[in-house]
Design a protein around this ligand. Structure first.
Ligand SMILES: [Zn+2]
Ligand SMILES: [Zn+2]
Length: 363
């Protein structure tokens, strides 16, 4: 697959110390972008929420973060001018995925709810199902082999275990996550919910395993060690990974970050960058922080990068060719192919990298 990748590092921030107010500075156009597919990985703190807008203006929301994140997701959708969701995908019934959908679905009409039909006992799931029933939104069960044409040229392919589902795994809700690949032109994005080892192993044995390769990967389970491993990355072969986490449970885990680094995957994290926008015309891929989005709900440790020194115990990004390292929000970040991620400044220095004076601000 031939495609050009362009990471718009210059859009990541207006400066190393981000201005207190950057209304839409470097942010996304609010209206539909002609000919382009846009995906927002909304910063919901701990949890997942992704919003997809097709070139023709069709709308798909995947998960809504925790219930406390519902207003953030809704405000983001309203800012983007969304008045209706054509499809809502709930990856699995954990509260950090369906909780926020309750507010969203109470406020915006939805065409169809796509899920795997996996149920378990949880108050969030009861509230979620009750609201959907009240509103009369139709459910469509998806499983491995299901496909959906959102519009001509925009295609979804599902890889999810069917009923009777995977049982007796470390977390059955996580391991029955809806996994799907979104394709537009030559660009493919893989959405993984909180899939862990058991679901991956099941998936590899299915004919639908051919749908795994993707240029952009939503790292499974908030960057947990059980969501990403070398074999999975060999099968998917992503160039970019987006991690949605709020630092809880130690996410993202070092093992997952290292596996991604070793596979040469450029990592984008909502806990560092806030909401992340991916835009593609079907061949080029642009990834940028979207500063127009409200902050995630009071998740400790999920302060926007720039509110505190990003390097205080945090990750820095090195340039393989110049051997200089940067804060993750530096406007002069190296091209993704040249990026190497370190868990701390100390690690970067140990490997012979020196600080970028403009953004690290000391030495
Ligand atoms: Zn989760
Ligand atoms: Zn989960």
């Amino acid at each position: 697959v031939a495609y050009l990748a362009l990471a718009v590092a210059a859009l990541l921030a207006a400066g190393c110390s981000r201005p207190a107010e950057s209304p839409r500075a470097g942010g996304a156009p609010a209206g539909p972008a002609g000919g382009k597919l846009q995906v927002w990985f909304i910063n919901v703190g701990q949890g997942d929420s992704e919003f997809i807008r097709t070139p023709g203006g069709k709308t798909i929301l995947v998960d809504g973060g925790r219930q406390v994140a519902g207003p953030v997701v809704l405000a983001t959708l309203r800012r983007l001018g969304v008045q209706r969701l054509d499809w809502v995908v709930d990856s699995h019934p954990h509260e950090d995925h369906i909780g926020g959908l309750i507010d969203v679905l109470a406020a915006l009409p939805a065409g169809q709810i796509l899920d795997a039909g996996y149920r378990y006992s949880s108050p969030a799931l009861v509230r979620y199902l009750r609201l959907i029933k009240e509103r009369g939104y139709p459910f469509k069960k998806v499983e491995a082999g299901s496909t959906l044409d959102a519009e001509a040229g925009v295609h979804l392919e599902f890889l999810t275990p069917p009923s009777p589902y995977l049982q007796g795994t470390d977390s059955d809700p996580n391991n029955n996550s809806v996994v799907f690949r979104l394709t537009f032109g030559n660009v493919r994005l893989l959405f993984t919910g909180d899939m862990e080892e058991a679901e991956r192993q099941w998936l590899y044995g299915q004919p639908t395993a051919r749908w795994l390769p993707a240029e952009v990967l939503k790292a499974a389970h908030h960057g947990s060690h059980n969501g990403t491993d070398n074999e999975f990355l060999r099968r998917v072969r992503p160039r970019y990974a987006i991690i949605s986490s709020g630092h809880e449970y130690g996410h993202p885990h070092t093992e997952a970050l290292q596996a991604l680094q070793q596979a040469g995957v450029a990592i984008y994290r909502t806990d560092k960058l806030g909401t992340i926008q991916v835009t593609t015309d079907g061949s080029r891929i642009e990834i940028a922080a979207d500063h127009g989005t409200p902050a995630a709900p009071g998740a400790a440790g999920a302060a926007p990068a720039g509110a505190a020194p990003a390097t205080a115990g945090g990750e820095v990004i090195g340039n393989r060719s110049t051997r200089v390292y940067h804060r993750p929000d530096c406007p002069a970040l190296p091209r993704p192919e040249n990026q190497v991620h370190f868990s701390s400044e100390a690690e970067a220095k140990r490997l012979g990298y020196r600080p970028h004076r403009a953004c690290i601000g000391h030495e």
